[in-house]
Design a protein around this ligand. Structure first.
Ligand code: F3S
Length: 287
C-alpha cells in the first residue's frame, strides 16, 4: 500500500516563511518580547504554541503605540503603509516584515501606479486584512470590488485612468468577469492579475491524487473554507474521503485491498500535524 502526501499540502510558501520567521526570532533573547500584528496564521494550534512561548498578538494601532521594546512581526498578508511606518517608527522596537513577496509586489504596483496618477481598483473582499493593507499603499483614490453589482456601481471617476489588481486568493474566473464588467463601463485600465496560484495548485493536486486513491485524507479545520473546499474536491472523485483535524480523529476502515492512500491538508494546517497523520497511517494502527 502506497501513502502519497500532496507536495502542496498545508502552508503556502508565504505563510510558512512568516511562521518560521517568528520561531527563528524566538531563538535569540535580544528579540524578546516578540509580537505579531494579527495572528500569524489562522490556526489555533500554532498561535497557541507561540503564545506559550511568549508571543503576543497585537490587533490595533493603539496596541502598537503601547509597545516599548522587543520585535513586531508583520505577517504574510502584509499591512498598509501607515501601519508599516507606525511599527518602524516605534523607538526601541524592531520591525520584522514577513509580508509574502507576492503581496509586497502588489503593494509596490499600487504605490507606483497611484503615484503615476492612476486610481486603484482591488478585486477582492474589502474586509480581508490583505486587501485593507493593499488599499493602504495607494496615494490616490482606491475602491474594492467583489461583486458584479459593485463593479456596476464602482465609485471611481470613469474619466480617470485606473490600475486593477487582485487579492491573492481571489477566484480567477470571477476576477476576469469583474475586470470585463469594469472595462465595459469605459475605464481606461491597466490590469494586473495578482492572484497567487498556491491555492489553485493545492486544489488541482488534491483532485489528481484523490482520483487515483482508494482512500483520501484531508486534514484541516472544518471552519476553514479552503479546507472544506479541498474535501469537496476530493469527495467528488473519491468516495472514501475522510476530513479530519488531527491524527486522533482518524478512524480508518481499511479492507486490506487498498493500493493508494492520499493525504492533503488545508492552507492553515501545520507540518507537524500532517506528519503525525502520515506516520499514523503508515504505522498501520488502523488495520
Ligand atoms: Fe501564500 Fe503568498 Fe500566495 S501568502 S497564498 S504564497 S501570495
Amino acid at each position: 500500500m502506497e501513502i502519497r502526501l500532496a507536495k502542496s499540502a498545508g502552508f503556502c510558501f508565504g505563510v510558512e516563511r512568516a511562521v518560521n520567521t517568528v520561531y527563528e526570532l524566538l531563538k535569540d533573547e535580544s528579540n524578546h518580547p516578540v509580537y505579531t500584528y494579527g495572528p500569524i496564521v489562522h490556526n489555533r494550534e500554532v498561535v497557541g504554541d507561540l503564545e506559550r512561548r511568549g508571543v503576543r498578538v497585537l490587533n490595533t494601532p493603539e496596541e502598537i503605540r503601547g509597545i516599548e521594546k522587543g520585535t513586531i512581526v508583520i505577517r504574510a498578508h502584509g499591512v498598509s503603509e501607515e501601519i508599516s511606518r507606525l511599527i518602524s517608527a516605534r523607538p526601541g522596537v524592531k520591525c520584522v516584515d514577513a509580508t509574502c513577496p507576492f503581496v509586497q509586489r502588489i503593494h509596490r504596483t499600487v504605490r507606483e501606479e497611484s503615484l503615476k496618477g492612476r486610481n486603484i481598483i482591488i478585486i477582492g473582499n474589502a474586509g480581508h486584512p490583505e486587501v485593507v493593507g493593499t488599499k493602504g499603499w495607494s496615494v490616490r483614490e482606491a475602491a474594492v470590488i467583489e461583486t458584479a453589482e459593485e463593479a456596476q456601481n464602482c465609485p471611481l471617476d470613469v474619466n480617470e485612468p485606473v490600475c486593477i489588481v487582485a487579492q491573492t486568493t481571489f477566484r480567477a474566473t470571477k476576477f476576469e468577469d469583474l475586470v470585463a464588467r469594469l472595462q465595459e463601463k469605459g475605464y481606461n485600465a491597466i490590469c494586473m492579475n495578482t492572484i497567487c496560484n498556491a491555492t489553485q495548485e493545492r486544489q488541482t493536486e488534491a483532485g489528481e491524487i484523490a482520483s487515483k486513491a482508494d482512500v483520501m485524507i484531508v486534514i484541516g479545520d472544518p471552519a476553514s473554507s479552503n479546507s472544506a473546499k479541498l474535501y469537496e474536491i476530493c469527495r467528488r472523485v473519491c468516495e472514501r474521503t475522510y476530513f479530519i483535524q488531527r491524527a486522533e480523529d482518524l478512524n480508518l476502515q481499511l479492507t486490506g485491498t487498498e493500493a493508494l492512500i492520499g493525504i492533503t491538508a488545508g492552507a492553515s494546517t501545520p507540518k507537524n500535524i500532517i506528519e503525525e497523520v502520515r506516520s499514523h497511517v503508515g504505522s498501520g494502527n488502523e488495520f
